[in-house]
Design a protein around this ligand. Structure first.
Ligand code: NAP
Length: 217
């Protein structure tokens, strides 16, 4: 599959590397044509399947696109990617809406009655937004076995076929427990989990942990 990655940070490069290893063609996008972090990612990938360009180049390249930009500026980044390049495509939103400006732990820039994923879906109505993977650290996204035992990842979005495509990729990453929370408004809970995630991260002094859901059978 051809996949566009919007973002040159830890998440963009971690997802991009794993997707290339799985045999996908990946274009990493940033605000500039010759972003040094993207160029380094391409070099380290040692694969003709890894390329870089602008946000717009990556979005038009991808049959499926990942949003790996800071939640507070994701709408701007997606605007640069171009609504026409996102039309009809699955847009996997892994971003979190963290505001570090007042110290630790961060607060959320949107919560409770709205979410970034809903804002993205409203702003880009022709994209099929699926929220996923924002609840775990980047390393775990592509290597869930890092955390021992059973643990869980989530998807939500308004388009069932789009969610199926994302579930397939999650399966390629090694995820076994994938819970579909329904429509895109479930992103509120997934994004608000970060309030507790950050407390746990500070308490554990580690990013390598995750949720496991246990229910009465
Ligand atoms: N780190 C994790 O383990 C983790 C886990 C789960 C979710 N997340 C979420 O995943 C997202 C990506 O995180 P990250 O740490 O990989 O990267 P990041 O540092 O949050 O974002 C890097 C990207 O954001 C772009 N960017 C920065 N300011 C911008 C602006 N004003 N307008 C447009 N684009 C801008 C940068 O563009 P340039 O390349 O042009 O500089 C770069 O591509 C975040 O929302 C984060 O909360 C992170």
């Amino acid at each position: 599959m051809r996949i566009g990655i919007l973002g040159t940070g830890t998440v963009g490069s971690t997802l991009g590397t794993k997707l290339v290893q799985l045999g996908h063609e990946v274009k990493m996008g940033s605000r500039s044509t010759n972003n040094e972090k993207a160029a380094e990612w391409v070099r380290n990938s040692h694969s003709s399947k890894a390329t870089q360009g602008t946000f717009s180049d990556a979005a038009s390249f991808g049959e499926l696109v990942f949003n790996c930009t800071p939640g507070a500026v994701s709408l701007e980044a997606l605007e640069m990617a171009g609504p026409q390049n996102l039309r009809g495509k699955v847009l996997v939103d892994v971003a979190n809406v963290l505001d570090f400006s007042k110290g630790m732990p961060p607060t959320l820039t949107v919560a409770n009655t709205d979410s970034l994923a809903e804002q993205i879906q409203r702003t880009f109505p022709d994209a099929k937004v699926v929220k996923s993977l924002n609840t775990v650290a980047a390393e775990i996204m592509v290597d869930p076995q890092m955390v021992p035992g059973d643990h869980d990842v989530f998807v939500c979005g308004n388009d069932a076929e789009a969610k199926n495509q994302v579930k397939k990729i999650l399966g390629e990453f090694g995820w076994k427990n994938i819970t579909d929370l329904g429509d895109i408004s479930s992103a509120r809970g997934l994004e608000m989990w970060l309030a507790l995630w950050w407390r746990l991260r500070m308490y554990f002094q580690s990013r390598i942990f995750n949720l496991h859901l246990q229910r009465q059978s």
